[in-house]
Design a protein around this ligand. Structure first.
Ligand SMILES: Nc1nc2c(c(=O)[nH]1)N[C@H]1C(S)=C(S)[C@@H](COP(=O)(O)O)O[C@H]1N2
Ligand SMILES: [Mo]
Length: 319
């Protein structure tokens, strides 16, 4: 008999309940029936800690690895989002009035079924689940986050890529009225719109998450509302925020950070303690809120699940 062990990011049906309702939030009202929420540990936490009231309906991650979650406050107060500012503590304040309604996402390129969809319809189309993942920024800080989202693979199946589609390219919103650094034009810190990409097999991997929430609530603007990518075995910059466009292509997309500094950042950006950044070591990382550093894990601790994707590749060359 083939016995398949539950993976850390899989969820147990027994944790699914969807009774409790919250009102008064626009997003919630708009989504109507689909917007029921899980009665869960998150709910208890919401009462005791300063957490937002859950407004998403999703299946819980049972956290079989017992990862220690960073607090909601830590996750939403220390951000990389260059469209606002390079100050990690400054993003939150600058992002507070970000408009995510209406929000349309286009899916185009080498697909049988190109489509445009409103974010709310996207929420209703795909089944949401919680994924408690380690997160590792290329700069050396790390955290553990209870994301909520759906597998990118399900969106890809829905779009039906042509056999010529080998990569997926993502683009962040371009809106200088909302993003101060985009208003600086030639003097902006990086080129916009922010672009990221994945190879098709990476995009199809079940760990790869189209992320819409954290701690049971829709994403706050500073974490990439309303829709961002999370690829837990890669450095954080692959996790492109506030996505507006998803394009299937036959060539490797030139991602923003590779374009800015190709000697420092590559396309793959797999977390790897043995491949240092030219200006700093990647051997250790500091978890937000902790003083002592810990060892960086190969593929950020997801080696078993993903190393086959890179068999035969020189990870020093394809960094
Ligand atoms: N559009 C956009 N996406 C982005 C970035 C950015 O500056 N712009 N920063 C990246 C980097 S470097 C990291 S570490 C993560 C940070 O995500 P967090 O703020 O939710 O922790 O977002 C990534 N996605
Ligand atoms: Mo980062």
């Amino acid at each position: 008999m083939h016995y398949r062990r539950k993976k850390s990011w899989e969820i147990s049906e027994s944790f699914v309940t969807d009774e409790v309702l919250f009102e008064g939030r626009r997003r919630f009202l708009k989504l109507g029936a689909a917007m029921t929420v899980s009665t869960s540990a998150v709910m208890e936490l919401a009462a005791s800690e300063k957490l937002p009231m859950p407004n998403l309906h999703y299946r819980k991650d049972t956290n079989p690895l017992g990862l220690v979650l960073n607090s909601y406050d830590q996750i939403i107060s220390y951000n990389n989002f260059y469209e606002y500012t390079t100050s990690k503590k400054g993003v939150r304040q600058l992002a507070r009035n970000f408009k995510t309604e209406p929000w349309r996402i286009s899916v185009d390129g080498l697909v049988e079924n190109p489509f445009e969809i409103d974010f709310d319809d996207l929420l209703n189309r795909f089944t949401l689940e919680e994924r408690i993942y380690r997160f590792r920024c290329v700069e050396g800080w790390a955290m553990v986050v209870p994301w909520v989202g759906f597998e990118l693979a399900s969106l890809i199946r829905y779009a039906k890529p042509l056999s010529t589609a080998k990569y997926v390219r993502f683009e962040t919103l371009y809106d200088p009225e909302q993003f101060p650094d985009q208003r600086r034009k030639f003097f902006s810190t990086i080129d916009y719109p922010y672009v990221e990409g994945l190879r098709m097999d990476e995009a199809m991997h079940p760990l790869t998450l189209m992320t819409v929430g954290l701690y049971g609530h829709t994403l706050p603007p500073q974490n990439g509302a309303p829709l961002r990518l999370i690829v837990p075995w890669k450095y954080g910059f692959k996790g492109i925020k506030s996505i507006r466009r998803i394009t299937f292509t036959d060539h490797e997309p030139l991602n923003t950070w590779q374009k800015m500094a190709s000697n420092e950042f590559g396309f793959y950006a797999n977390v790897n303690p043995d491949v240092d950044h030219p200006r700093w070591s990647q051997k250790h990382e500091r978890v937000l809120g902790k003083f002592i550093k810990q060892k960086t894990q190969m593929f950020n601790g997801y080696e078993k699940e993903v190393k086959h994707l890179y068999a035969g590749m020189d990870l020093r060359k394809h960094f």
